[in-house]
Ligand binder design. Structure first.
Ligand SMILES: Nc1ncnc2c1ncn2[C@@H]1O[C@H](COP(=O)(O)OP(=O)(O)OP(=O)(O)O)[C@@H](O)[C@H]1O
Ligand SMILES: [Mg+2]
Length: 283
């Protein structure tokens, strides 16, 4: 079990509200993606779940345990969460083994167990041959996997990933998407993933949360986000779209130039219709 329950969360920095009231339950083993443009509050949300920031109001539960509330605050190291930060940092002076072993050494795990666990996790992220390498002898993608292995080695209940693939080239990004999904299935963990890349969000997620300026626009499956966007922002942010303005009545939209197009909606009056390219046939 590793569900995350967010209830009436808000976050202010001084007078500025960066997260508007937000409530949602992330299920056990769910892959949730926070998607939105730069500055919309994705990292802030992730840092509150991890315990690096305290929400201004609201409560966060992991399973049945309150980790952040009115008079409760569990620090990050006691939340059993693995996190890979936006600018992932592997320690340059430690080889791969020691980078990954570090969280276990802090927890004073026995030496022999550390060796077994590090070896197992490196195998899972396909890094076994690199166990003795220093970070500057690894490619960006390999360093990324070291950061991932270090986040996973403590058997976290929840894995938080903040734009983990943003520094990689397009081809490697694609490979890593599959590897992350693979790891999630293998370890059966709940993942909260942050990106501003719509393709990543659509390919990897069970559900996507679309943010804009700290306000949640839609929480839904990738298919519904694409096919039934909640508003213009969501329709525009995910996939290609054209907007047409007109007046709706009786299953039609009358356009300004007098032409009519059919529509399913029940709305009447001034409307905006979102049209996806695949729904247009050209003669
Ligand atoms: N410590 C802080 N003090 C004041 N304002 C902050 C602080 N941290 C973040 N902010 C502001 O909060 C807003 C949300 O920031 P956040 O880092 O969550 O955005 P983001 O969605 O992760 O963006 P990006 O995609 O660029 O990483 C931004 O306007 C940012 O300037
Ligand atoms: Mg961010």
């Amino acid at each position: 079990m590793s569900s995350i329950t967010l209830t009436n969360i808000t976050k202010y920095y001084g007078d500025v509200q960066v997260i508007q009231t937000f409530s949602e339950v992330f299920s056990d083993k769910e892959f949730i993606t926070l998607l939105g443009p730069s500055g919309c509050g994705k990292t802030t949300m992730l840092r509150m779940i991890a315990g690096f920031e305290r929400p201004t109001t609201g409560e966060i539960k992991i399973d049945d345990k309150i980790v952040s509330g009115l008079d409760v605050f569990v620090p990050p190291n006691l939340r059993n969460i693995g996190m890979v930060f936006q600018s992932y940092a592997v320690w340059p002076h430690m080889n791969v083994f020691n980078n990954v072993a570090y969280p276990l050494k802090i927890q004073k795990v026995a030496k022999s167990e550390i060796t077994t666990r590090v070896e197992n996790i490196l195998e899972a992220v396909h890094l076994s041959p690199y166990i003795s390498r220093m970070p500057n002898e690894l490619s960006g993608g390999q360093q990324q996997r070291v950061a991932l292995a270090r986040a996973l080695v403590s058997n976290p209940r929840v894995l938080l990933l903040d734009e983990p693939l943003s520094n990689l080239d397009a081809k490697l990004r694609e490979t890593m998407r599959y590897e992350i999904k693979d790891i999630q299935k293998k370890f059966g963990i709940t993942v909260v993933y942050v990106t501003h890349d719509q393709t990543e969000a659509i390919e990897m997620s069970d559900r996507v949360i679309v943010f804009n300026r700290g306000i949640v626009q839609q929480v839904d499956t990738p298919l519904n986000i694409y096919s039934h966007p909640a508003n213009e922002f969501v329709a525009d942010f995910i996939g290609k779209v054209s907007f047409v303005h007109g007046r709706a009545s009786d299953g039609y939209i009358a356009l300004d130039d007098g032409q009519k197009i059919s529509c399913n909606g029940r709305k009447t009056g001034d409307v905006i219709a979102a049209v996806r390219p695949e729904s247009v046939t050209v003669f």
